[in-house]
Write a protein that binds this ligand. Structure first.
Ligand code: ADP
Length: 516
């Protein structure tokens, strides 16, 4: 990785990746907070509901006490209490004591279960409470005091309060209530209304597994539990109906986390793509600058030779005719080398500007190869190459731009020559493969490292390792060949063993409908 690319990677990481990670951490943290907050709100709501039910039960008993107060019970106790008990089936007995005269009156629904014992002791025992309740009553607050379970066998609970009937004196009252009836008559309608479809509310005696009443079949959630103020042995329990709050919160968290995950994934992929693009651009800029120095070098050598030998000739330093001929020959060869380089660059710039045009006509690929090899054989021999030409016997008619095919082939031959410094042997062959025609140029030269094989067709790309580095070139040849082959709907294939040689194939499609 070059220093420029490293710098870009660092910038990308610091302006995109780091903020993303910080943001994610913040979001995850906030999710936890939200979860906690939702849970707290839920808890508060549940408590508020349970509180309202308890408050309601208190109001109900206050209502009963008020009825008793208006009825002025000490005036005609039997009638009033009889009427009261008939009217309120959940009350099993009522005991009253005139606070100033201490006179006690009581009535029980079932005479066999009078609660006389309980109440007479209770009435005496609760002297302090009575005084307190009177004080409250004087302040206009009718407090209902739960006394807990009073019946030995039955579920009868006591509730104490003080009334102030019209006749003037304060009366300490003890209502004995059948717990289950109390819940059923007074609380169930209210609880049903509160629970509606959203909650399950149930009554359960503490320590028992079965419930006294349940608004709906529970779906296994965790219940919030509060004891009933007036029936302290009983619990009031509430839970959400259907999905539990924990599931809802978990689902929401999962959804949020996965959304966050997707967003982060997209962002990271985006960063990687941007980075790859920049890396490519930086590499291209680097290869372009290499290209300029490569080309300058390639042009400078023939120019120097031409001017040197032209000068020698001009100054008449070439003594013999043979020497002159030798210098002319060098000048001509170097001029043609220069022309080749310039042509290659012009060709390439035409391709880059999308101005390259191909005039295609039917031609015989074998004929083209034969012709190129004929003109090139002198050059090859001159460079000390052995070459072999293996032409397929059948004609290979393709639709092609003759000049372009020649150029592609010459590029391959040039490379084979350039990159074969030691074993100078080249084989050129043509053959048919399925519905394609192939020209293959094989050398026994330096070969191409496997990792670089895909890149050698990129513009300006040159392998910069080992012996190849010393060979001159601009990195344009193979990219031009690739472009020519693409324009002919063909392909270029390469096989190479590093250090042993390479084989390039130009693959042309057969003309459709051609029977050969
Ligand atoms: P140039 O030859 O001017 O460098 P090319 O585009 O023709 O550019 O080739 C790209 C690279 O592919 C070369 O730099 C060379 O490393 C490698 N290459 C091409 N042909 C051969 C070959 N016949 N043998 C070994 N390497 C080759």
């Amino acid at each position: 990785m070059s220093a420029a690319v490293r710098k870009i990677a660092f910038i990308l990481i610091s302006i995109i990746v780091v903020p993303i990670l910080l943001y994610t951490a913040l979001q995850v943290n906030q999710l936890e907070d939200t979860e906690e907050m939702m849970w707290e709100i839920y808890e508060q709501q549940m408590n508020a509901i349970l509180f309202s039910i308890n408050q309601y039960s208190n109001d109900v008993v206050t209502g009963l006490a008020k009825q008793l107060e208006y009825a002025d019970p000490l005036d005609q106790p039997d009638t009033v209490l009889n009427h009261f008990l008939n009217y309120h089936k959940e009350v099993v007995a009522i005991h009253m004591m005139d606070v100033s005269s201490r006179q006690v009156v009581w009535m029980s629904r079932d005479p066999s279960e009078s609660f006389e014992d309980i109440t007479s002791t209770t009435m005496a025992d609760y002297g302090d409470m009575m005084e307190r309740l009177v004080r409250y009553k004087k302040a206009n607050f009718m407090k209902i005091e739960p006394l807990g379970k009073l019946g030995n066998a039955s579920e009868v609970y006591g509730m104490a309060f003080v009334i102030e009937p019209i006749s003037g004196s304060f009366v300490f009252c003890l209502a004995l209530v059948e717990a289950v009836d109390f819940m059923e008559f007074f609380l169930v309608p209210k609880v049903q209304q509160v629970a509606a479809d959203g909650f399950v509310i149930q009554f359960r005696k503490s320590g028992q597994s079965t419930t006294v009443y349940q608004t709906k079949e529970s779906t296994g959630q965790e219940f919030f539990v509060r004891s009933l103020w007036l029936l302290p042995d009983y619990n009031l329990e509430i839970a959400l109906h259907g999905e539990s709050i924990k599931n809802i919160v978990d689902e929401r968290t999962m959804l949020n986390l996965s959304m966050l995950g997707v967003v982060i994934f997209i962002l990271i992929v985006g960063v990687i793509l941007v980075f790859k693009n920049i890396q490519k651009e930086v590499q291209l800029a680097q290869t372009k600058s290499d290209f300029v120095s490569n080309v300058s070098h390639e042009i400078r050598t023939p120019l120097a030779l031409i001017s040197m030998f032209a000068e020698t000739l001009l100054l008449g330093r070439a003594k013999s005719e043979a020497k002159k001929m030798e210098y002319y020959d060098i000048i001509s060869k170097e001029a043609s080398r220069l022309r080749n380089i310039v042509n290659k660059i012009l060709n390439f710039s035409q391709i880059e500007a999308n101005k390259k045009q191909y005039n295609k006509s039917e031609c015989d690929l074998g004929g083209i190869v034969d012709e190129v090899l004929n003109t090139y054989s002198f050059h090859l021999q001159n460079k000390g190459f052995e070459y072999e030409l293996q032409l397929a016997e059948e004609p290979m008619i393709i639709l092609a731009d003759r000049e372009a095919v020649i150029e592609a082939l010459i590029n391959l031959l040039d490379n084979a020559i350039k990159y074969s410094p030691q074993e100078k042997s080249i084989t050129v062959s043509t053959r048919k493969r399925a519905s394609q025609y192939l020209v293959q140029v094989t050398d026994k030269g330096l070969g191409i490292p496997p990792k670089k094989r895909d890149q050698i067709f990129d513009k300006f790309y040159r392998v910069t390792e080992g012996d190849i580095y010393s060979v001159q070139g601009a990195g344009l040849g193979l990219s031009i060949v690739k472009h020519i082959m693409d324009a002919h709907e063909g392909n270029i294939e390469v096989e190479s063993v590093f250090g042993k040689g390479s084989s390039f194939k130009l693959v042309f499609p057969q003309i459709t409908g051609n029977k050969q």
